[in-house]
Design a protein around this ligand. Structure first.
Ligand SMILES: [Zn+2]
Length: 89
């Protein structure tokens, strides 16, 4: 069992738990926040379409498809960029 020190109360507790056994606060708080921030930055880096929660259902489906195509487009572009940088020296 992996034991980790709670950064809130300082007790050692089961590292597999989400919340501390002693104070009930979230373990790995810093770590998780870091991951969330990184994901947000990655998402922000990609100029994807924003889907408004008020958008009608049909239009929402259409926007999802558009966003999916955008994702494919971006992955192709980055693939080409990676290939170009690996062949050109
Ligand atoms: Zn604690």
């Amino acid at each position: 069992m992996k034991e980790i020190k709670c950064e809130h109360c300082g007790f050692w507790t089961n590292g597999n738990l989400v919340d501390c056994n002693y104070c009930g606060k979230r373990l790995n708080d810093r770590h998780l926040t870091e991951i969330e921030e990184r994901e947000q930055i990655e998402l922000r880096g990609m100029p994807l379409l924003k889907i408004d929660p008020d958008t009608p259902f049909i239009k929402k489906g259409f926007l999802r498809v558009l966003r999916f195509l955008q994702l494919i487009f971006f992955s192709i572009i980055s693939m080409i960029a990676a290939m170009a940088s690996s062949t050109v020296h």
